[in-house]
Design a binder for this molecule. Structure first.
Ligand SMILES: Cc1ncc(COP(=O)(O)O)c(C=O)c1O
Length: 393
């Protein structure tokens, strides 16, 4: 039997798709220590540098000191602490919704929300580039899943109306990443709101990469498009720009009560511990008091985007701190990433199954805490390595 694992792993290696874990020493910052060497970190979702912010560290330690290390039970048993309640009130205020509910990770939130909102006999319309956790939530729900071409609103409308002709009595859910995690572009939210209204469907938006990076005061993609209050279900994460771990749902009081009663990933899992609840409350304070952090990450992204484009790279149509540097073949993207690292730049390759065949790329993410010198250095490395591999002229 162990032969099956070996064969599978060898196959992955042959196709340039083998993955292994890298160990980072010390804090997650603009530079990290990898194999005893400092490297520039262009792979983190710690967009605002919050993961190692002194105020978050202090708040996390204080919460542990006052409330202990663990929550002791799931939310509905006896694991709901005052800190959960405080954070949920705070998140609802930040997202401008009636209520919010903390989940244990973005993955758990997407799987738990989607599978409780739709089920057998319902239809979920999902963008082809949605995150894997949305894909898995759709599968788990047992609803019919209709995939629509990326950001193609005409195709989505056609698919909704043809589905309606077959069955008009089911629940319809449209679900999208607000900012797509691998391409870094935005979903056309005003049009999605219109379609959800027109066809009496629910709209769910994943703000995992929107919070802290786009919109006034970093309030996300909904705020960017001024559609706050018009989206039925918002999902957000605490482990990216907010520098901690976990996630949340935000929406009406009824939605949150419904999720408390039906969402299995919430009901059957130990609640988040005090340390991350405390640090996230501090992250929201830091974000509200320092809107310049959001401006800085956007400015850094603009600079890096222009430098990469000027070198001849295709970075698609990203308008966010996520910059896809298109390569094509999986093996070439792995080699690109390896050579970048050798030159002191950590920028990982995304390959199938994360992206589709022939669209492997280096996913660059910039942070507010990168300096101009850091980014200029990385652009020089991208020039040297890209030319050597023949990816740019
Ligand atoms: C769009 C999107 N949704 C959900 C998730 C999952 O979030 P988490 O890492 O908190 O599980 C991610 C992160 O990887 C993501 O990029």
């Amino acid at each position: 039997m162990p032969q099956i694992f070996k064969q599978h792993l060898e196959q992955l290696k042959e196709n340039g798709l083998y993955r292994s874990l890298r160990v980072i020493h010390g804090e997650q910052g603009p530079w990290v220590e990898l194999e005893g060497k400092p490297v520039l970190n262009l792979s983190s979702n710690n967009y605002l540098g919050m993961a190692s912010h002194p105020r978050l560290k202090e708040a996390s330690a204080r919460a542990t000191h006052s409330y202990g290390c663990g929550s002791g039970a799931s939310r509905l048993i006896c694991g709901t602490l005052e800190l959960h309640e405080a954070l949920e009130k705070r998140l609802a205020k930040f997202m401008k919704t009636e209520a919010a509910l903390v989940f244990n990770s973005g993955y758990a939130a997407n799987v738990g929300i989607i599978s409780s909102v739709v089920g057998k006999g319902d239809v979920v319309f999902s963008d082809e580039y949605n995150h894997a956790s949305i894909v898995d939530g759709c599968r788990l729900s047992r609803a019919e899943v209709v995939i629509f071409p990326h950001n193609d609103m005409a195709a989505l409308e056609e698919k909704i109306s043809s589905s309606l002709q077959q069955n008009s009595n089911n629940r319809r859910l449209i679900v999208v990443d607000g900012i797509f995690s691998v391409d870094g572009d935005l979903a056309p939210l005003p049009e999605l709101v219109r379609l959800a209204d027109t066809y009496d469907g629910l709209l769910m938006v994943d703000e995992a990469h929107g919070t802290g990076t786009v919109g006034p005061e970093g309030r996300g993609a909904l705020a960017h498009f001024s559609v706050e209050g018009k989206v039925d279900i918002i999902m957000g994460t605490l482990g990216k720009a907010l520098g901690g771990f976990g996630a949340f749902a935000a929406g009406s009081r009824e939605l949150i009560d419904y999720l408390i009663n039906t969402s299995r990933s919430l009901i059957f899992s130990t609640a988040l511990p005090p340390s991350v609840l405390g640090s996230t409350l501090a992250a929201l304070d830091v974000l509200e008091q320092n809107p310049s952090l959001v401006a800085k990450v956007q400015e850094n992204a603009d600079y890096m985007r222009e430098r990469l484009k000027a070198l001849g790279y295709d970075v698609l149509s990203s308008h966010t701190p996520i910059l896809p540097v298109m390569v094509g073949e999986a093996a070439l993207s792995t080699e690109f990433s390896r050579l970048l690292l050798k030159e002191g730049v950590l920028a990982v390759a995304l390959r199938p199954p994360t992206v589709s065949e022939g669209t492997s790329r280096i996913r660059v993410t910039v942070m507010a805490t990168h300096t101009r010198e850091d980014l200029a250095f990385s652009a020089d490395v991208f020039e040297k390595v890209g030319k050597r591999l023949g990816i740019i002229p």
